[in-house]
Design a protein around this ligand. Structure first.
Ligand code: 5GP
Ligand code: MG
Length: 187
């Protein structure tokens, strides 16, 4: 059975995604062009890995890239609300403008924990760059640090989506588009 046959509906095609990601990368390039230092780009593993890869290749600045890991979802589709954060940051963020790159903001719990952590480590500004924003399920307000900005790719309807880095039970991350699974595959 082919991978595509597991998908009930496609929300964003590969072309739509790549166009939008290029626009965000240009926006970031523009916003930091005159800054004294380029931002530190920090991807949230694992879900942001494809977005991160496409985004950084479009940013025309001498940036550094790092990764952190935050886990709030087991193998299901419901957040447990208390993400565990294990920081693999190689870089000292003190005095830096960090752009956190996330696949999707749902309740906002994961990002809020990460932002608080970066702030406590002395980041002078924290921006968020989320591929998808699902405002319908927000529980905590995302408070940025310093002159941080919120960049987002698309607003996501209230579905559990897969693809472009996002999984269900650790599957489907490799889909080049974003879609919704057929009900029989959500188990
Ligand atoms: P939050 O802490 O904002 O509730 O959840 C953030 C994380 O939950 C995201 O980084 C992502 O890993 C996961 N998540 C939230 N919504 C979805 C979704 O629709 N599909 C998938 N695959 N993951 C999601
Ligand atoms: Mg994530």
């Amino acid at each position: 059975m082919s991978l595509d046959s597991h998908i009930e509906k496609v929300l964003w095609t590969q072309d739509q995604i790549l166009d939008r990601v290029a626009q965000i990368a240009s926006q970031i390039t523009h916003d930091f062009q005159a800054a004294p230092d380029p931002p530190l780009i920090v991807g949230v593993a694992t879900g942001a890995f494809l977005f991160l890869a496409d985004l950084v290749r479009g940013i025309q600045l001498p940036i550094s890239v790092d990764l952190v890991r935050a886990q709030s979802y087991g193998s299901g589709t419901l957040s447990n609300g208390a993400p565990t954060i294990s920081f693999d940051l190689k870089f000292d963020v003190k005095g830096k403008h960090v752009i956190l790159v996330e696949d999707i903001v749902d309740t906002g719990c994961t990002l809020s924990s990460l932002i608080a952590h970066l702030e406590s480590k002395g980041a002078s500004a924290v921006s968020v760059c989320a591929f998808l924003d699902k405002p319908a399920r927000r529980k905590v307000h995302i408070k940025l640090v310093g002159d941080g900005k919120f960049y987002k790719g698309f607003e996501c309807p209230d579905y559990f989506v897969v693809g472009y880095g996002m999984d269900f039970a650790e599957l489907y991350r490799n889909l080049p588009y974003v879609g919704v699974l057929k009900p029989e595959h959500y188990k």
